[in-house]
Design a protein around this ligand. Structure first.
Ligand SMILES: C[S@@+](CC[C@H](N)C(=O)[O-])C[C@H]1O[C@@H](n2cnc3c(N)ncnc32)[C@H](O)[C@@H]1O
Length: 397
């Protein structure tokens, strides 16, 4: 336990150890009963180590939380609705930097649990929403904090093959292997375990475009059969974000209802693609201009690939069209999208431009490391796409 004053935040922090942080923070923001006992216990422990004279009471704890004493950030840009004022609740799994969360909060959803194990992503998440997400979702001590009831499970989960994990949908659901065996693999099993236990009204999942063809179709077929075996409906669609943000980003979306009699149609995303020029910053430092060595390398590789008729060719972005898909590795060489400049080598997009390509509001706090920022936006979702699908979901619940 550390007790310190963080000048940059302007608050006195009673900083609990690692794992207890999210419990107190989740309680502070959601006031969900499920966190109350653990949060109070942890606050008491932290408080007692400070050897103050005043006895620790619940009233003290609640007032300390209201005064943001327990390492809870005040004035975050996206605090979400207050408990009791929300229209629905959701959980944010594989939360990244909270692309789902922004969209769901804009529709007045209250996030009652988040999980993300990457420390840098946790940091960005906390700066924006106030709480640090819980860590590794495969761990029971993380899963046990999920509140009993919530309406929507959101997850942009990593895509992994099932066949090589050696566990088929049938023997998984028949529990021949038991949940313990899933270390062989697949994070989707953790989602299934959570769905089976909590039975939310809706599952809202996002994945890479090639989910359909991944592992010869086995991955999607397994996902579908597992979800249907739990009694949920299953709706799947690949959607391109280019009419809502100036980025060609095709992603798979899955929406499932506990009440399988609910019919669902994904909204229409057709229309004129947006122009990259609309999100560019006016003045960009020279540090974003790529070096001669990098630019020469791009040109050489593109030429070689073109001659062989294979591989990726680097082209300068057409500012009147959407950009290519921004990926997590963009920070390495920027080859997915290079902006032409007069009399200079082309430049990379800035992190702010990447945030706009994913439809994040300009008030979103971007990670201070450029590398992390590119990585985080490359992994994230196009927020307006999530919001448009979610609006359609909410009409049904
Ligand atoms: C595709 S990204 C999702 C990004 C997110 N939708 C967003 O808007 O930023 C998948 C995330 O899952 C996280 N992750 C992978 N395995 C995890 C685990 N076992 N527990 C918690 N998070 C995990 C990764 O760190 C990564 O940030």
């Amino acid at each position: 336990m550390r007790i310190q004053r963080d000048e940059s935040l302007g608050v006195t922090l009673f900083e609990p150890d690692d794992f207890d942080n999210p419990i107190i923070q989740h309680y502070a923001f959601t006031r969900c009963k499920s966190y109350k006992a653990s949060a109070l216990k942890e606050m008491k422990r932290v408080y007692e180590q400070k050897e103050l004279e005043e006895p620790f009471t619940q009233a003290f704890a609640e007032s300390a939380l209201d005064q943001w004493l327990f390492d809870v950030l005040q004035d975050v840009p996206f605090p979400g609705p207050r408990r009791g004022e929300e229209d629905f609740t959701f959980i944010d799994l594989f939360a990244g930097i909270g692309g789902f969360r922004i969209a769901m909060q804009e529709l007045n959803g209250l996030c009652v649990f988040s999980s993300e194990w990457d420390l840098a992503a946790q940091e960005t998440y906390r700066r924006n929403f106030g709480e640090r997400p819980f860590g590794d979702i495969t761990k029971q001590e993380v899963k046990r904090h999920i509140p009993k009831e919530f309406d929507i499970l959101c997850a942009g989960f990593p895509c992994q093959p099932f066949s090589r994990a050696g566990v088929s949908a049938r023997n998984f659901l028949g529990k021949e292997h038991g949940f313990e065996d899933k270390i062989q693999g697949n994070l989707f099993f953790d989602i299934i375990e959570i769905v089976e236990k909590h039975r939310p009204k809706v599952l809202f999942l996002e994945n890479v475009k090639n989910l359909k063809s991944h592992d010869g179709g086995n991955t999607l077929a397994t996902i579908k059969s597992m979800i249907e075996n739990l009694g949920y409906s299953f709706n799947f669609k690949v959607i391109n974000s280019q009419t809502l943000v100036p980025q060609r980003r095709e992603r798979s979306f899955i929406v499932c209802f506990r009440n399988r009699s609910k019919t669902f149609e994904f909204p229409d995303f057709s229309g004129e693609p947006l122009k990259l020029s609309t999100i560019l910053e006016q003045s960009v430092p020279d540090s974003f201009t790529i070096s001669d060595a990098l630019w020469d390398g791009h040109i050489r590789r593109s030429k070689r690939n073109k001659e062989r008729g294979t591989g990726f060719t680097v082209g300068l972005a057409d500012l009147n069209k959407p950009s290519n898909t921004i990926v997590a590795r963009y920070y390495k060489d920027g080859k997915e999208c290079l902006i032409p400049q007069d009399g200079k080598n082309p430049r990379m997009l800035t992190p702010k431009e990447c945030s706009r390509l994913q439809g994040f509001p300009d008030s979103f706090q971007i990670h201070k490391s450029k590398k992390q920022a590119y990585h985080q936006f490359g992994n994230s979702v196009a927020v307006p796409v999530i919001k448009k699908i979610a609006k359609e979901i909410l009409k049904k619940i």
